[in-house]
Ligand binder design. Structure first.
Ligand code: CP
Length: 309
């Protein structure tokens, strides 16, 4: 049997994981539904510290639920202004203190290097739950799981990624996973929000077929997956710049009338107005399934980091 590649490991960037690692994780995640239903005590003596310095619904609550399904406990805060950070304590001091109370840290911060930095100063495993515009690795693992579970394959797909390809951290984490598969990418964005140079360099170095475009309507019929993203208002240098692209894409049911029946419409959520609610009832819409896959994926990840399965 293959050794567990996630044992005691930090989860900072999807660039750190091989195809073998990814498939190992997806295989274990596929077994989590039964465990979630029955409950488990494999992490009964473990405490997860959840430090969220930016808003979150899905990531924070799904890590919380994942830990509890495995019998573990959760401490932490999401209202940082009620922590001693507000009094001027450094993040470094805060994390060193939290380490004394916990066995694993899950951290979200607007600071791009925060999770990497935490992993360097702490001895416990660190999971990046979102680092500024940079990365959100567990979101991208769950995105891949969604495609695999809903389409039963990852090869041979044409994947459209639409919206804020510059600041969207889920895009930046998803591309290094997709390059492991035989996919064609359609990168759909306004001129101002094109995919970053380093992402393009990665795609070129892996010989991935990709095309950049601005129009969404003409490409929809060719897609197997359409991954919509929110324009990341909080990352713009000015409100004026944001207003130029606000509402640039709004996916409606009429835009999808020529879409493939098997198309998956995905979104990491939260959405603002980039997917009209009329799409929610279409069979192609899987964005409310993604958060459940996210909890299962995070159960698998936590169990593997603690070598509990
Ligand atoms: N997808 C995602 O990260 O959602 P939250 O910001 O609600 O955690």
């Amino acid at each position: 049997m293959m050794p567990n590649p996630f044992s005691n490991r930090d989860i900072i960037s999807t660039l750190d994981f091989s195809k073998v690692d990814i498939e190992y994780l997806l295989e274990v995640a596929g077994r989590m539904e039964d465990i979630a239903r029955q409950g488990s005590r494999v992490l009964a003596n473990k405490i997860l510290a959840s430090i969220f310095l930016e808003p979150s619904t899905r990531t924070r609550l799904s890590f919380d639920a994942a830990m509890k399904h495995l019998g573990g406990q959760v401490i932490g805060f999401s209202d940082w202004d009620k922590s001693s950070l507000k009094k001027g304590e450094t993040l470094s001091d805060t994390l060193k203190v939290v380490q004394g109370y916990s066995d694993i840290l899950v951290i979200r911060s607007e600071w791009e290097g925060a999770a990497r930095y935490a992993s360097e100063i702490l001895d416990i495993p660190v999971i990046n739950a979102g680092s500024g515009a940079q990365e959100h690795p567990t979101q991208s693992f769950l995105d891949l799981m969604t495609i695999q579970r809903e389409r039963h394959r990852l090869d041979g797909l044409t994947v459209g990624i639409c919206g804020d390809l510059t600041y969207g951290r889920t895009v930046h984490s998803l591309l290094p996973l997709l390059v492991n598969y035989d996919v064609k990418l359609k990168l759909i964005s306004p001129q101002q929000l094109k995919v970053r140079r380093e992402d393009k360099m990665l795609l070129e170095s892996k010989n991935v077929s990709f095309e950049e475009m601005e129009a969404i309507d003409t490409v929809i019929p060719s897609l197997d997956v359409l991954y919509m993203t929110r324009i990341q208002r909080e990352r713009f240098r000015s409100e004026e710049e944001f207003l130029r692209v606000k509402g640039y894409y709004v996916l409606t049911s009429s835009l999808l009338k020529n879409a493939r029946k098997e198309l998956l419409v995905m979104h990491p959520l939260p959405r603002i107005n980039e997917i009209d609610p009329s799409v929610d009832v279409l069979p192609q819409a899987v964005y409310f399934k993604q958060p459940r896959y996210g909890m299962l994926l995070r159960m698998a990840l936590l169990g593997l980091i603690f070598d509990a399965f």
